[in-house]
Design a protein. Structure first.
Length: 390
């Protein structure tokens, strides 16, 4: 039992001694520090201090204050020069533009330069070709358009004078025939069918007249009208005109006029003088002048002050059948025939030459009212209604 107690006391003491020795080995000797301090201090004469220095109790180990190093700012990354992008070629249209331009020229859709540039004139020609061939008119030459260029549809015209304009409103294209030959096919945009407010405050619908007309007057250059700006307008019925525009979509979008691109309108203006025949047919948002259909006197494109009067714009009245000529009658003889000879009456008025309604009596007499009364004047039935449309 005593041995256990001794071990319990001695073992911790031994361990503590070993720890202390180890710690002393790893720090500077306190005696050296104290010796230096004491040697630096001269002895005070007459002091009672013993020659042998008193024992010093071990001082606690000095506390070393830990000083954290100043934070080092993170090094900014060295900027690397941004590599300049390599120039990339602009993607082309994906087809041989010059070959398409030449093909459209041969088919009467394109009249510009064969320069291999897909500009507005090329796009407009492609749209016209797509309309005639029943394709989506977006002006882009894709696989379907390429195939149609190899086997195109031949348009069917209505016919007429050797130089004329035909507007097929169903397809939204214009055909220009010159000297009996098809000269050009162009895309157009006609009346949208929507309602709009006229300059006088009324309401009219955006309709395009159909029928056969002629170019009545033209204005070279810019025409500022109530409903917008017209370029090189060619009027074919009152205020309705074929004119250039900055907006010619693939669908009907005008107030009733026939829109062309500005370059197409200028091209046509130089070739279609006053008097050129104009035929418009097909379409949905249309009206026939003189039929009583909805229309207006102040449409699409021009002001009422500059609109020709009804008599100028209306077509010529239809020919009327002249009244039948009165039956010939034989003048009475100087000596009246005796009453007892009725056989002479058939000789004087042959039954073959006299209509049954106008058979003269047995004794013929000249009918002055029938010979002098003129035929009644014909009343035209195809004039445009003067009331504004809805």
């Amino acid at each position: 039992m005593s041995r256990r107690i001794a071990l319990t006391v001695l073992v911790p003491a031994l361990i503590g001694t070993m720890v202390g020795v180890g710690m002393a080995a790893f720090r500077p000797s306190e005696r050296q520090v104290v010796g230096v301090e004491e040697s630096s201090s001269p002895p005070v004469p007459g002091s009672d201090a013993p020659s042998i220095p008193p024992s010093r109790s071990p001082s606690p180990s000095p506390t070393v204050e830990r000083i954290d190093p100043l934070p080092t700012p993170p090094a900014s990354p060295t900027p690397f020069p941004t590599p300049s992008p390599e120039p990339t070629a602009t993607p082309g249209p994906g087809y041989d533009v010059a070959a398409v331009q030449q093909r459209l020229t041969d088919l009467k859709y394109y009249v510009g330069a064969i320069d291999g540039k897909a500009g507005p004139a090329t796009v407009s020609a492609v749209m016209a070709f797509q309309k005639v061939n029943g394709l989506g008119a977006d002006g882009v030459v894709g696989p379907l358009t390429q195939a149609a260029l190899d086997n195109p549809v031949t348009p069917t015209l209505r016919g007429g004078p050797g130089t004329r304009i035909e507007v097929e409103l169903s397809a939204q294209v214009l055909y220009f025939v010159q000297g009996g030959e098809l000269s050009r096919i162009m895309p157009v945009s006609s009346g949208s069918g929507q309602s709009y407010t006229t300059a006088s405050g009324g309401t009219a619908r955006s309709l395009t007249p159909v029928g056969t007309f002629t170019i009545e007057r033209r204005i070279s250059g810019v025409r500022e009208a109530n409903l917008g700006t017209l370029y090189d307008p060619m009027y074919f019925y009152r205020g309705w005109a074929i004119h250039g525009s900055n907006s010619v979509p693939a669908y009907p979008a005008s107030h009733g006029c026939v829109r062309l691109t500005r370059s197409d309108a200028l091209w046509l203006f130089d070739r279609a003088p006053v008097g050129t025949a104009v035929s418009l047919y097909g379409g949905t948002h249309v009206f026939t002048p003189g039929s009583g259909a909805a229309g207006t006197d102040t449409p699409a494109g021009d002001t009422p002050a500059d609109t020709p009067p009804v008599e100028t714009a209306a077509p010529a009245p239809a020919p009327t059948t002249p009244p039948p000529a009165p039956a010939p009658s034989t003048p009475p003889p100087s000596t009246p025939p005796p009453a007892e000879t009725p056989a002479e009456t058939p000789v004087e008025t042959p039954p073959v030459e006299t209509p049954p309604v106008e058979t003269p009596p047995p004794t013929p007499a000249p009918t002055a009212p029938e010979a002098t009364t003129p035929a009644p004047a014909a009343t035209p039935t195809d004039l445009e209604p003067t009331a504004t449309g809805t």
